[in-house]
Design a protein around this ligand. Structure first.
Ligand SMILES: CCCCCCCCCC(=O)SCCNC(=O)CCNC(=O)[C@H](O)C(C)(C)COP(=O)(O)OP(=O)(O)OC[C@H]1O[C@@H](n2cnc3c(N)ncnc32)[C@H](O)[C@@H]1OP(=O)(O)O
Length: 176
């Protein structure tokens, strides 16, 4: 049974109130969106192994400038495909602030159109394409400095309630 309608108190997840308030405060373009939490692999500033992704609202979606570094290498000089997928998944997480829903990734499909190079700045965009009940369809792209699209991602996110996160909160609370 899903928990999208669960309205139990959110206090057992220390990040829940931040997420919910972020959804209320993204009315203006270019505002830097808050990380999902300090240790988040995609965007957490305290995660030494993370990507430190920083995203802003852009119209109905989000945009980020991002550089992969030596920690994310796959083939020499090229970002690992899993690292690219991680960043795209997290970018979708930022798009949720704009969508205004708590949701999680059910399906993520990445197309690698050209190598994503290390130490090279890329521009990432993500937005929601459609919604059908709890199902959110999102799309993202990675562009190089010439505007060439080097990767795309299509995702299915499923809207969940606060309990999806609070029932597993002790793990992240312990690391805060
Ligand atoms: C602002 C918050 C930020 C949070 C941080 C974001 C970080 C970045 C994103 C992530 O990393 S999220 C973490 C990785 N994802 C997970 O851990 C999710 C693990 N999966 C689950 O917990 C459950 O599968 C999930 C809650 C997503 C869904 O389980 P449910 O039992 O609630 O839903 P169900 O299986 O019934 O599927 C819901 C609907 O989707 C449909 N569906 C499922 N898979 C599908 C599929 N592959 N294609 C099409 N439709 C699909 C399904 O048929 C159904 O349609 P209906 O609502 O019309 O009945």
């Amino acid at each position: 049974m899903h928990d999208a309608q669960d309205t139990r108190p959110t206090s057992s997840n220390p990040y829940m109130s931040d997420w919910l308030s972020s959804m209320q405060t993204t009315a203006h373009d270019s505002a830097l969106l808050p990380p999902h939490h300090g240790d988040c692999l995609g965007c957490g500033p305290a995660n030494q192994h993370g990507h430190h992704l920083r995203a802003r609202r852009h119209g109905d979606g989000v945009v980020a400038a991002h550089v992969f570094d030596g920690r994310h290498v796959g083939a020499p000089g090229i970002a690992h495909g899993g690292a690219v997928a991680t960043v795209l998944d997290d970018l979708f997480g930022f798009a949720l602030y704009v969508v205004g829903e708590l949701a999680v990734t059910r399906k993520l499909e990445v197309e690698y159109l050209a190598p994503v190079l290390l130490q090279t700045e890329y521009t990432l965009h993500a937005e929601m394409l459609s919604r059908n009940g709890r199902k959110l369809r999102l799309r993202a792209r990675v562009e190089d400095q010439n505007g060439q699209v080097v990767a795309t991602a299509d995702a299915l996110f499923i809207v969940v309630g606060p309990a999806h996160f609070t029932s597993r909160a002790p793990v992240i609370q312990a690391r805060r």
